[in-house]
Design a protein around this ligand. Structure first.
Ligand SMILES: [Zn+2]
Length: 1033
């Protein structure tokens, strides 16, 4: 799916897409100096039962950290455990000692004081008695019998400890993952939702095949009230069976007195009822208000990653692919949709109608099943023989045209590019009024937020870019994810990294005017920033618990995944080799499940000359972080060395990690055209090469297509700075953005002093390109926010002047009229928002006057889309403006615009209004709860909002995790937004105390480790650079 975030400058106000499920985060808003913050993610929780019942005693899965994780990430775990004031290992043992019924607690002590000698004697006697007792106690009873003890069979595995089912009977399975003795073949599913009572009944008949002899069938179900279950073996009679349930693992099971034999076929049928979910997953209810003010209800599904089990009993793991036949009973006033085209509609005696959909012609993972009951309308067209439709609520039918057109183009593009036709006869794209993720790639029935699909006539190119990107991402999943699926969630990046990569790649091909290159570049910078933290994780990471799985939906799977694919593509010698490899991969594994190595093998097979891609790429997927490449030069010898780029605030010893780095570089004699690029493969710690003595400087990582940061050493940096000061055009815009990103990263690492950062930035007054400007603004903005929040007001205002000096002339050259180029819109919105946030009088006055014209025209005057956020944010700072926007927010039907209004409303500095918005969003009636992560993120950028929001999160934590699962992208965003601008010991202690008090309600999330690390890094950076800033700003 697409997480909802927004990437660069102005886009901060637009949803972007990591689309899928959980990432609804907002990226730092370059634009707004006073408001913004990065957001990103996290780790999981385990039910106490899981600890107690984990099968083999050595495998304690304690909240996201199994024993294997400890091997790999021991340092992380221990240090974070220390941070949280607890130890994972202790946690499990203390849990046992305090709660296990099998271990007696020592009675409270009460005794008189004996003399020293008595004590010594007593202790001695007691030790001997205790030792004898223990020996006798632990020797088996057979020891002293005539027959002696039977020889234990040393190879027999220990019997797992089975948990108790809800009815008290032993549950026949003791693992989180399902057994592989049974394979589902087909699901015949009937759903009858009642949108008045918000409940549904269901019937699921699952045909299965026995792979290995077994006496049990174990599958998933969550919160389903099963009223009847029958079992039919082969052609035999169906008979009633008892269903056992083990709720902590959301598993149900049926036990059989005799073994089911390999290759037998059987059918298990369940009848059940349940409530429609009130959160954003499973089969959930949603509502909206139509233009006549009537509340309309609907029901939709969101199953990825683990919620299909909330709608029907199923084998809810991605490798259990099967076919599906779905029927839906509904009132005649509603319509229904599912993955496949509708086959027929039959009237039922109850006055309802039953829609039956065609059986899927493909095997599909459960997380991709989808259905909707609503009163939507649609527009359709045909593309490459597929019927493409876009559905929305009736009032927004006119906003579907762009999506229909773009989806059709992209479908044709992918059909051709992958050389595999989209396999279904129809493709529906549906805008759901209440939807948490950006979008979800359900096969044939892609669901979206309204903001990521609908556009009206006034929408800007930048808004179109967002919609096009989300559609491109979801459509790519129809191949990467739906056709070829990762075997398990540890390789989620195979879905998400690829869809993210294809999203930029396809748009550069079919809609080049959207200029997605800048967006992808900034995405790569943010992925580096996040992966630099010790709390990061390898792209391919072992995951077990639901919370760990939720946490995989993060920037490492999406953005780092996409970045390393770009790096690989850029390093392959022949054009099209990468494309050939992925076509080979899709064709070889069509309809199947894969692991990371399958992708590398496919790429290796097509490489000419033959090259072991797996050897090179596994260093990027199996270890966290990325390399820092250091360049040193002596005469004509240049040495490249690598070490892990690790941001830690303590002296954590760096694990000896090494990467196989496809280094690219250009030099002063040829630095712009792709032909200038030279390659060097650095696979050792350090290697040297010769360059002509006349070379003045080298720039590594051409256009920043590699996933590493470069330190040129003082001389190297000075040479680059001198060259740029003389003529900024000696490097491409991407390379200028790259050196800016890298020098700030090195400053955060403590490798370069702040003055060197300022030196490099001396070329900025001559800069006019979007990528370098937005990157520099983003970096300076985040420093400003730290100073502002620490109440270093003197320094903060000097930084404002510095920004004004660096970017003032570029700001002045911006107009407030319609602008066509997406790139120029990004640049302008970043600059003008910054100017407004800096309280630059001229810009604030202009924004106010535009807003006045807008209100005077009864909101018919068109403010250019890329400037709306700046204008609304300025307007919301006045009492009247805030009230006007609030009233407009309630009635507007343009969702992209509404989101900007909401951000503006949330940027208020009035504490009562801040409190009101937070409360309203939590309640969900006036402001949808799906917007809460956005609201909190926006608020935290302002001074008044950030402490308030942190307070709100602490007080309302339990309600937040009711709405957004622990570990989900929404929760990751909330944790990051509220904590990432703290930089003092007091705040560090507060954050640490709060999260460790949560125990299984979130204390073990990776985002918590990340938050604590970030605060300590902020603190260190500020303390180390305060003096330098006083001197240089
Ligand atoms: Zn996705």
């Amino acid at each position: 799916m697409d997480l909802f975030d927004s990437n660069t400058a102005e886009q901060a106000n637009l949803p972007r897409n990591m689309i899928e499920n959980s990432l609804f985060e907002e990226e730092p808003d370059v634009v707004d100096l006073a408001k913004d913050s990065n957001t990103f993610p996290t780790f999981p929780t385990l039910d106490p039962d899981e600890v107690a019942y984990e099968p083999r005693s050595s495998r304690l899965l304690v909240r996201g950290l199994g024993e294997n994780d400890m091997d790999d990430d021991e340092e992380d775990c221990e240090s974070s455990a220390r941070l949280l004031g607890m130890s994972f290992m202790n946690r499990s043992s203390s849990h046992r000692s305090s709660s296990s019924p099998y271990i007696r607690q020592s009675p409270p002590r009460s005794c008189s004081r004996p003399s020293g000698r008595t004590m010594v004697v007593c202790v001695f006697v007691l030790v001997i008695v205790a030792s004898l007792t223990m020996v006798l106690y632990f020797l088996p009873g057979c020891t002293f019998t005539k027959a002696g003890c039977p020889q234990p069979n040393k190879t027999a595995p220990l019997e797992p400890v089975y948990p108790n089912s809800t009815n008290g009977e032993l549950f026949p399975w003791a693992e989180l993952r399902l057994p592989h003795s049974i394979r589902p073949l087909n699901y015949d599913l009937t759903f009858a939702p009642d949108l008045d009572s918000m409940t549904f009944t269901g019937k699921a008949a699952i045909e299965m095949s026995v792979l290995h002899n077994t006496k049990r069938i174990v599958l998933h179900a969550a919160n389903l009230n099963i009223t009847k279950a029958t079992f039919k073996l082969g052609n035999g009679q169906a008979r009633d069976v008892t269903v056992l349930e083990y709720k902590p693992r959301q598993q149900i099971a049926v036990k059989f007195p005799e073994e089911l034999k390999t290759d037998q076929q059987c059918v298990l049928t369940f009848e059940y009822n349940a409530n429609l979910s009130h959160s954003y997953d499973g089969f959930y209810n949603s509502s909206y208000t139509d233009k006549y003010g009537n509340k309309r209800v609907l029901a939709a599904t969101q199953f990825e990653p683990l919620s299909a089990r909330k709608a029907f009993p199923c084998f809810d793991e991605p490798s259990f692919k099967a076919t599906f036949l779905i029927k839906i009973n509904r009132k005649p006033t509603y319509m229904s949709l599912s993955n496949m085209p509708k086959a027929k509609t039959t009237p039922l005696s109850s006055g309802l109608e039953q829609d039956e959909f065609e059986k899927t012609n493909v095997n599909m993972s459960t997380y991709l099943v989808a259905f909707i009951v609503a009163n939507f309308t649609s527009v359709s067209s045909s593309a490459s023989g597929t019927n493409v439709s876009v559905y929305s609520v009736p009032d927004k039918k006119e906003q579907t045209g762009f999506a229909l057109d773009t989806a059709s183009k992209l479908l044709q593009f992918y059909n051709k590019f992958f050389e595999i036709e989209y396999p279904l006869k129809k493709l529906d794209l549906v805008a759901i009024p209440d939807f948490l993720a950006g979008a979800m790639e359900n096969w044939g029935l892609i669901t979206f937020r309204e903001t990521t699909l609908l556009l009206d006539n006034n929408s800007s190119s930048l808004e179109k870019q967002v919609v096009a990107s989300v559609i491109a991402h979801e459509l790519a999943h129809q191949w990467f994810g739906n056709l070829v699926t990762m075997s398990w969630w540890n390789d989620l990046w195979l879905n998400e990294g690829f869809a993210t990569y294809m999203e930029y790649m396809s748009l550069q091909e079919i809609l080049p005017s959207f200029d997605t290159g800048n967006l992808f570049l900034s995405v790569r910078f943010r992925a580096l920033d996040k992966d630099a933290l010790n709390s990061s994780h390898p792209v391919s990471t072992e995951v077990n618990t639901p919370e760990q799985i939720e946490e995989m939906f993060d920037s490492v799977s999406y953005e780092k995944g996409a970045s390393i694919l770009l790096m690989l593509n850029a390093s392959l010698p022949k054009e099209q080799q990468f494309k050939k490899g992925i076509i080979q991969y899709l064709k070889s594994f069509s309809g199947l499940n894969t692991e990371t190595v399958d992708l590398w093998n496919s790429l290796t097979q097509v490489s000419t000359p033959r090259r072991n891609i797996s050897e090179m790429m596994s260093s990027w997927t199996s270890q966290k972080g990325f390399p820092l490449v250091t360049v040193s030069r002596k005469g004509d010898m240049v040495t490249f060395s690598q070490e892990p780029f690790l941001l830690t605030s303590d002296n954590t010893t760096k694990a000896p990690r090494q990467w196989n780095i496809p280094i690219t570089f250009v030099n002063d004699s040829c630095s712009l055209a792709p032909e200038c690029r030279q390659m060097f493969n650095l696979s050792k710690k350090s290697e040297s090469l010769k360059v002509p003595g006349s070379v003045k400087w080298l720039k590594l990582n051409y256009k920043n297509t590699g996933f590493y940061v470069v330190d040129y050493g003082q001389d190297g940096w000075n040479a680059i700075r001198d060259a740029l000061s003389e003529n900024i055009s000696v490097l491409t815009a991407e390379d200028r953005a790259s050196v800016i990103h890298n020098i700030f990263a090195l400053s955060r690492l403590g490798r370069v002093p702040f003055e060197q950062v300022c030196h490099l930035l001396s070329f900025m007054p001559n800069e006019t390109e979007t990528a370098p400007v937005t990157e520099a603004l983003l970096q300076l903005n985040s420093i400003y926010r730290l100073l502002d929040k620490r109440q270093e007001s003197g320094l903060a205002s000097r930084l404002k002047s510095y920004i004004q000096n660096q970017f003032g002339s570029l700001m002045e050259s911006q107009t407030w009229k319609e602008e066509e180029s997406v790139s120029k819109q990004e640049l302008r919105s970043a600059l003008i928002s910054t100017a407004c946030a800096l309280n630059n009088e001229g810009y604030v006055a202009k924004a106010k006057s535009l807003f006045k014209t807008y209100t005077d025209s009864n909101f018919t005057f068109k403010i250019p889309g890329d400037l709306q956020q700046a204008v609304f944010t300025v307007a919301a700072q006045s009492d009247d403006g805030w009230k006007t926007l609030n009233a407009l927010y309630a009635t507007s039907t343009n969702d992209a615009q509404k989101r900007k209004m909401l951000k503006a409303l949330a940027s208020t500095q009035d504490p009562r209004r801040i409190a009101w918005i937070l409360k309203a969003a939590l309640n969900g009636a006036i402001i949808q709860t799906q917007e809460l992560p956005l609201i909190i993120n926006t608020m935290c950028n302002g001074f008044a909002g950030y402490l308030f929001a942190w307070d709100f999160v602490q007080v309302n934590w339990d309600r937040l995790i009711e709405k957004f699962p622990v570990g989900s992208f929404a929760i990751q965003t909330i944790v990051k937004s509220t904590t990432s601008q703290f930089s003092t010991q007091v705040h560090l202690d507060q954050v640490q105390a709060f999260f460790s008090s949560l125990k299984q309600r979130g204390s073990q999330m990776r985002s918590v480790q990340e938050a604590l690390e970030t605060i300590r890094l902020n603190k260190r950076w500020i303390e180390n650079n305060l003096q330098a800033m006083r001197k240089w700003l």
